[in-house]
Design a protein around this ligand. Sequence first.
Ligand SMILES: Nc1ncnc2c1ncn2[C@@H]1O[C@H](COP(=O)(O)OP(=O)(O)OP(=O)(O)O)[C@@H](O)[C@H]1O
Ligand SMILES: [Mg+2]
Length: 320
Amino acid sequence: MPVLQEVCVCGQPRPSEGWPVDRLLNTWIAGRFHIRRRLGMGGTGLVYLAERFYPPGPVAIKVTHDRLTELVWQQRLEREASVLQRLRLAWTVSLLEYGQMADGRHFIAMECLEGRTVQELLEQRGALPVSRAVSIVAQAAEAMAAVHAQGVIHRDLKPSNLFLLAGEPYDQLKVLDFGIALDLNRWYDIGDRENLIGTPRYIAPEQIVTPDRVDGRADIFSLGIMLNELLTGQLPFPWENTMAVLIRRLREAPLPLEVAMPSAALPDRLYRTVRRMIERDVARRFRSMGEVAGALRQVLLELKHQDEVDDVGRGLRMAS
Ligand SMILES: Nc1ncnc2c1ncn2[C@@H]1O[C@H](COP(=O)(O)OP(=O)(O)OP(=O)(O)O)[C@@H](O)[C@H]1O
Ligand SMILES: [Mg+2]
């Protein structure tokens, strides 16, 4: 039996490894994609590495879990395909094809990435060095500024949806999984705005209470939670279970970074930035991802300056 780890508010249990035998492995999808191995799994879907028949080469194929055959799940995949098609950013994966399998489920064929998710990095390394954590989230903020500029709100930013490419430049980032994104260009998606969707650990308070009125600031909140987690290895709201975390999100203030990671050596701007990202009152949060990216770039400059001052100090001490 799978172990239920966390329940997405979108309603799906998140099975751990060990889910029953995968019937798609070594089969062909749509006569052109040979499924080789599983790359990842989320609450909605499974992502496979496949070999394309022509032109030959690796692709990533995303399908919904085989029990999720209802129209709503297929529509989510369709929405993801349509958002990827619209965005076409260096920050997002390119869509190759959107189609249907013999069993009726839909699939997305997309560019296959090499590297690891930020979630995998967290599991391997725990808390990251400050500049690395800040630089990953600064890139994510820049990416999301470009996504928001095209009228798309992600609504599910979290470490498993951010991917770090292998190779140079180091830690180059892509934003994944637009399955529950809100595409403001699609007025006919309006019904979906009333549902509570997202991932409890990262969801913004207004996404719980007024899901019909979220804007890009909900993504800023989720990214702030993630920055806190990358810096400390912990979430600023303790995790008990889905319902408890949702209630806490509405009633309690997050544990300040100053308490979780006090340090006189860190720029005050870092603490201020995290605080303004995870501000529960949306009116007091940063107004745009562009502002967040700017603040985080400034933090990086201050950290670099601090390192240089420390290096000079060390040099002087050694010379004397
Ligand atoms: N293009 C890709 N190339 C390589 N790996 C990928 C790609 N897309 C997704 N993955 C892997 O598959 C995992 C699941 O993908 P994705 O987040 O799209 O699924 P999901 O079911 O919508 O997730 P969620 O639980 O957030 O709803 C990712 O965390 C990542 O490890
Ligand atoms: Mg995901």
